[in-house]
Design a protein around this ligand. Structure first.
Ligand code: MTE
Ligand code: HPA
Ligand code: MOS
Length: 785
């Protein structure tokens, strides 16, 4: 057969198909290994953390005698036992590995107890006596602002002259509100398993989004070079940002315990300790002063964003920066003055969480636009449309990036139509007129989310593709799998590049000894970065094979096609397996690395200006809610989403990301409430008191459509990042709730309060809804009237 025979080929590519997640079947069958499932090495010991019970204080001493006397207890590891630097190798160098002279939050880790079993270690950790002299603690953002207690200096981003624009404005509104934090609630809790190897070398299993940084932190704490530490992670049972840095602490603690005892040590936090020890989404407090014209178009804005960062910087700098970058969301702010405060409180150190400060920025401007619409009695969608970035003018952000790929002028009207927004607004008004107790609200909000790490250097990735002599393919890349389907997408990309069926490609565990110096899998850029790196690696192998068959057939390299498990030249079609075998025999390289760096991006981190993002991902959601004005309870009734994933690499996975992101955002804004008491103790530290959405909270009508267009930037497969942007679509729920509260208040107006903004602190728990309705005060007392 010498002529091109394509009839027999299965030319269907893997990219673009709803292929099941590469480990979905094994996961539901309980047949995959999370860290705690890995068969243990003989001699493995178990660690449990000793936690501070004071929010701020001087640590005078730690009495370990009672703990050490308990059965099965092997050792206690404290700061004095650290062979390397006692300060964690985090970028701000402001966090001791174990508390040294002071404690800075309830739940801060002072050391670990090592024992023969997990339960023995945990019991003994509670028997350790701490001698702490309490110091005054800062437990609210307001106190921190008053005391100028910051983990990092304030940042100001200004354009134009907001003060004079406000003075000139036809209308003006001021407001203040708060948005709470969020616990990650990954199903697999934080865990690390540290194995000392020969000659001061180490192998660390960790449930981490950032193996490369974890390697560095462990090496630094042990006083070793990075090359002595190998970190491996096959998958996480969820990360959501909570394992970008927080996993590193556990790995360091486990490694220090293994170092002191000379035996392998596993450290797995139970759920309560996980809540007490690890950071959460940053709670924010806002104050704004906005000027606008009769149509609701913003003419001037002063906005203050105060982030509760907890006791150390961790990722608070880039998180607060991203909040500043997203406080325009999709809207042109001409004269704007943004002040961002990174407040230091005596609580857990808050960290990355899906959206990474973006949600905290977006909700500010969406709340402001909602307030403007209600003040002018205009439809909020009309007001939002009038404020959108223009396509050819009014298209430069407050950080001087030109918005070149704005599709919201078309996307939002399409959602308006498909969700029957106008009709339903009328129906909601009728409902509200007829029903005194249950009030409804409807809102459409968009998202425009910047894709790339704002720290330009992180926008690089590497991959390694191996073709074995039987034609099977293995790919390894710097990204990590946390359920988001990254490994599946990378395998699809590699399969297509080599023209082999998806089933021939296996993705192996993230491993710092295979691909070094990898960035965190974060900023939604996992597939953009690692997918491209893997594609380039596969392309190198394909090029090797192409030139080999070209030589055989005496044709040009461009004439070779790889598809359906065949390698096709104008003269002949060969089986992939046969070519691979022959190429090996002819000493052709069958494996390659690949490297990718995102083009076009640059940014000045002192002024927060430049082009921090390669492109934007867009979307919009229409949400309808109902509130019970007597109890404050609420439900999300119906949600329609139109979201932009570019050309989808895997539609099923992308839908899952949109659903999951939206519902997680709903949880943040409705039921998930973190309560620290007046001592600084987090009292909501278990599922009994901390409520993530359950299946029954998923709206009965939940419809998701994709925007039809490919990424306008050259991104892998024409796709767009999808992990975080849909999270912010849940802000439509918050705005719908505020509309429902407004409807209730309009039905029974308080004198002089007509145009006052609806102050609904998030999460919109029953208490906060009753407070917004004016029925109770902030400590829950029934308002007298
Ligand atoms: N989806 C699942 N199932 N589990 C997760 O932990 N993390 C989210 C998102 N989707 C997460 C998830 C976060 S915070 C990010 S940044 C992205 O996935 C990271 O993966 P990606 O860059 O490959 O999309
Ligand atoms: N997103 C997520 N993680 C990060 C970022 C970001 O922009 N920058 C540093 N870590
Ligand atoms: Mo996601 S918060 O960038 O890990």
């Amino acid at each position: 057969m010498n002529t091109r025979d394509t009839t027999a080929l299965d030319t269907q590519s893997a990219v673009g198909r709803s292929i099941a997640h590469e480990s979905a079947h094994a996961q539901v069958a309980g047949a995959v290994d999370y860290i705690d499932d890995i068969p243990e090495i003989k001699g493995t010991l178990y660690a449990a953390p000793i936690l501070s019970n004071v929010a701020h204080g001087t640590l005078n001493g730690v009495d370990t005698r009672a703990a050490l006397a308990m059965p099965g207890v092997r050792d206690v590891v404290l700061a004095a036992d650290i062979p390397g630097d006692k300060i964690l190798a985090a970028f701000a160098h402001d966090e001791p590995i174990f508390a040294i002279d002071t404690v800075q939050h309830i739940g801060q880790v002072i050391g670990v107890v090592v024992a023969d079993s997990v339960m023995q270690a945990r019991r003994a950790a509670r028997a350790v006596q701490l001698d702490i002299t309490p110091l005054p603690a800062i437990l609210s953002v307001k106190e921190a602002l008053a005391a100028q207690s910051y983990v990092l200096p304030p940042v100001y981003v200004r354009r134009g002259d907001a003060a004079s624009a406000l003075a000139r404005a036809a209308h003006r509104l001021q407001g203040q509100f708060e948005v709470g934090g969020q616990e990650h609630f990954y199903l697999e809790g934080q865990i690390a398993y540290a194995l000392p190897l020969e000659q001061k070398q180490w192998w660390i299993y960790s449930s981490t989004q950032h193996p490369g940084e974890l390697q560095h932190w462990v090496a630094h704490a042990l006083g070793l070079e990075n090359n002595a530490v190998r970190v491996e992670c096959r998958r996480m049972g969820g990360g959501f940002g909570g394992k970008e840095t927080q996993a590193g602490h556990l790995a360091v603690w486990a490694a220090l315990a293994a170092h002191k005892t000379g035996q392998p040590v596993k450290l797995r936090l139970d759920r309560d300790d996980d809540f007490m020890v690890t950071g959460k989404r940053h709670p924010f407090e806002y104050a704004y002063d906005v000027g606008f014209d009769d149509t609701g178009r913003i003419t001037g804005l002063q906005l203050q964003l105060a982030a509760n960062c907890g006791f150390s910087a961790d990722l608070s700098g880039p998180v607060a920066d991203r909040a500043v970058f997203h406080s325009d969301n999709a809207y042109f702010l001409e004269d704007v003055d943004i002040a961002s405060f990174r407040c230091k409180l005596h609580t857990q150190s808050h960290t990355a969480f899906r959206g990474f400060g973006g949600p905290q920025g977006v909700i500010a401007i969406e709340a402001i636009l909602g307030d403007i619409a209600r003040a002018l009695k205009l439809d909020a969608l009309d007001v939002r449309m009038r404020n959108l970035y223009g396509e050819h003018e009014r298209n430069v952000t407050h950080y001087q990036m030109k918005v070149e790929d704005n599709i919201l002028h078309d996307l939002m009207p399409q959602l308006e139509q498909s969700s029957r927004y106008r009709e339903r607004q009328q129906a909601v008004a009728h409902w509200n007129a007829a029903n005194p107790v249950i009030k409804r609200g409807l809102a459409i909000t968009p998202v425009k989310f910047g894709i790339s790490f704002t720290a330009t250097l992180f926008n690089q990735a590497g991959a390694l593709v191996n073709v074995y002599t039987d034609g099977s393919v293995q790919v390894n890349h710097g990204g990590t799998e946390m359920g988001q389907g990254l490994h599946t997408k990378v395998a699809q990309i590699v399969a297509d590049e080599l023209g082999v069926p998806f089933e021939r490609v296996i993705v192996t565990a993230s491993d710092t000894s295979k691909v070094p110096n990898a960035s965190a899998t974060a900023a939604s850029s996992g597939t953009d970065l690692n997918g491209r790196a893997a594609q380039f690696a596969a392309r190198n192998i394909r090029d090797n094979l192409a030139s080999y068959v070209c030589g055989l057939d005496a044709v040009g390299a461009g004439a070779v096609e790889f598809a359906g498990g065949k390698i096709i030249t104008p003269k002949r079609t060969r089986d992939w397996n046969d070519v691979v075998k022959e190429a090996y025999a002819n000493r052709i390289q069958l494996w390659s690395d690949g490297f990718y760096r995102t083009p076009k991006i640059h940014y000045d981190k002192t002024t927060l200006t430049g082009r921090p993002f390669y492109y934007f991902a867009y979307g919009a959601a229409c949400s309808e809610v109902a509130i019970d004005t007597l109890t404050g309870e609420s439900r999300v009734l119906a949600v329609d989403i139109l979201h932009d994933v570019g050309r989808s690499i895997n539609p099923a996975i992308d839908i899952g990301q949109i659903e999951g992101g939206f519902v997680q955002g709903m949880g943040w804004l409705t039921t998930e409430q973190l309560v620290w008491n007046s001592d600084g103790l987090l009292t909501t530290h278990a599922p009994s008191t901390y409520k993530i959405p359950a299946t029954g909270d998923i709206p009965a009508h939940f419809k998701i459509d994709f925007w039809h267009e490919a990424n306008r930037e050259d991104n892998v497969g024409g796709s767009k990042a999808v992990g975080e942007p849909p999270f912010m679509l849940a802000i439509s729920v918050y705005e719908a709730l505020r509309n429902a509260v407004a409807a209730a208040r309009d039905a029974a107006p308080e004198p002089g309060q007509e145009a006052a903004p609806v102050v609904l602190h998030a999460p919109a728990t029953a208490e906060n809804v009753l407070h917004a309705l004016g029925r109770i005060d902030r400590v829950g007392r029934v308002s007298s009237d």
